[in-house]
Design a protein around this ligand. Sequence first.
Ligand SMILES: [Zn+2]
Length: 264
Amino acid sequence: MDQSSADVGGGRRRDTLKKSFEWKAPAGVAALSPHCDDLAFSLGGAIWDRRFAPLQPIGIFSHSAFSYRLRTTDPEVVSRERKAEDCRFYFRFPWARPPRWLDRPDAPLRLGIDYLEAVRVKPDPADEAEARVIADLLRPMLDPGFLVLAPLALGGHVDHRIVRMAAGLLVNSGREVIFYEDLPYAGQGEVEKIPETVAAVEQETGRTYRPQWLPSVHLEASRRWGLECYASQTFEALLELLLAHPRNLAQAGKPCERIWIAAP
Ligand SMILES: [Zn+2]
């Protein structure tokens, strides 16, 4: 995390960022993305602004047969394309390392359900087993001193919930984890209810989390770049969905992304 390198607009801008970004800069950030595009769409503005540097993106359920646009349901073909999209997105940012993937099968492949059903799957002991596998795979991959960024699982998608559970296991083993608001799901619920989800995370981890707003002048550009890169996963109307939540969170007229940081 490199505050001094907010290389977008001189001293005044740097001062603003310093004020709004208060925790001690870690050696780097390992960011967990349940599916290939989640992190890019949820924190693209902050990534663009180099708030997480060096950044190691890690895709969890990167084995998938789902695409809006590819004319195949072959998971090998779809997963290869999704990873290529991931690489293209992050290649633009020199402070981001090439993404890594765990290649866990996503909910439709794993559970034999339609992709729309994935947000309605009830909690199951198998989720905890999957979360343990993921945490075990992640531990040796994480650089010493790197902070872990994980999704809050807003919207209740089973894969996002499992990644949050895995993040909780990492907290238990001494890792510092901060949480981000998943888009587009965060924009589809009531913003006032997000603290309820944070309260659930606090119960799971035994920590207290405080919100940190991350204003960015690059929010819209980051979303457009994401839509261009992740073409197999997206549709036209998604842009508005991805921008509505940051506008809801706006501070002094500036759209924001938001993360939740463990109180010291
Ligand atoms: Zn997702």
